[in-house]
Design a protein around this ligand. Structure first.
Ligand SMILES: NC(=O)C1=CN([C@@H]2O[C@H](COP(=O)(O)OP(=O)(O)OC[C@H]3O[C@@H](n4cnc5c(N)ncnc54)[C@H](O)[C@@H]3O)[C@@H](O)[C@H]2O)C=CC1
Ligand SMILES: O=C(O)[C@@H]1CCC=N1
Length: 268
């Protein structure tokens, strides 16, 4: 595949803009990108911010080599119903829609159009995303490599069997929301304990960043790192005991099972 493949971003909401900004940051020329967004005010915003032409008609994306599908799962059948008949084998559809299987996507496309299913996450906005990719039945290695290269513009990329995608969604796709909720809770608790809000925010955010970097750089099991913070009969032991009393682990398990189940449901 050559390097001047034209790429279309269909749906420029939160995740579509994230991909668009990453592709431009990584050196993709705005002229090689086709953006389709149906909300006029959003189209104006993106055209001004990135210097791209934003179309409101899906037909503008029909000739692209690679089509990044970044609309809500519920909108995918309508989008592919309209666009599908114009596509042909050799083109690649990369779907970021939660839950939708490659088989379902292929059923909405002409035979032979390659499909890659991706679960990204929003830290991609700062180049720190992680995306899991799975190949559809008409997908060749070159298609997967192309999808990987696009997602690599906004973070790490892993390949997973498609059967794992709903679990991936529960860990990394929705995962940033759990971390933001923890951050919010820590900041509010800090304020409750008497810290000025900006101080509570700085301390909580830097603690999350530092802890995440320790996990990543040391490769240690999280339990080992937690033990290092926990002095005998100390402050951390008192805090962690309360978290266990309140069922934090069970809450994560229940939350992530619900996430996995909702992903399956969206796919149906
Ligand atoms: N937000 C996130 O953290 C993640 C989102 N995703 C997936 O990414 C997809 C998009 O999610 P968000 O960006 O959060 O949603 P969003 O609602 O912010 O963006 C969707 C965009 O698609 C546009 N759209 C809908 N129908 C269209 C059409 N026919 N033509 C052109 N534009 C159209 C909407 O106007 C909207 O701007 C979803 O399928 C979601 O499952 C996946 C992983 C993470
Ligand atoms: O909440 C959602 O459905 C999307 C998919 C993963 C993260 N956000």
């Amino acid at each position: 595949m050559n390097e001047t493949r034209r790429t279309a971003v269909i749906g420029a909401g939160v995740m579509g803009e994230t991909l668009l900004s990453g592709l431009i940051r990584s050196g993709r020329a705005a002229d090689d990108l086709v953006v389709v967004e149906k909300r006029p005010e959003r189209a104006v915003e993106l055209a001004e911010r990135y210097g791209v032409t934003v179309f409101d008609d899906l037909a503008a994306a029909a000739a692209a080599d690679t089509l990044l599908l970044v609309v809500k799962p519920q909108d995918v059948p309508a989008v592919l119903g309209e666009l599908g008949p114009a596509l042909r084998p050799g083109q690649l559809v990369v779907s970021l829609a939660a839950g939708l299987t490659t088989a379902r996507l292929e059923s909405l496309l002409p035979a032979g159009v390659a499909v890659v299913r991706v679960m990204p996450n929003t830290p991609a906005l700062v180049g720190k995303g992680v995306a899991a990719l799975s190949a559809g039945s008409a997908c060749e290695e070159s298609h997967l490599a192309e999808a990987e290269a696009l997602l690599a513009a906004v973070g790490a990329v892993v390949r997973v069997p498609e059967s794992q995608q709903d679990a991936v969604t529960a860990v990394s796709g929705s995962g940033p929301a759990y971390v933001f909720l923890v951050a919010e809770a820590m900041i509010e608790a800090g304020v409750h304990l008497g810290l000025p809000r900006p101080t509570a925010r700085e301390l909580a955010v830097q603690t999350l960043v530092g802890a995440a970097e320790m996990l990543s750089e040391t490769g240690e099991h999280p339990a080992v790192l937690r033990e290092q913070v926990t002095s005998p009969a100390g402050t951390t032991a008192a805090a962690v005991r309360k978290l266990e009393d309140h069922g934090v682990r069970a809450a994560f398990l229940a939350a992530m099972e619900a996430c996995r189940d909702r992903s399956v449901e969206l796919g149906g």
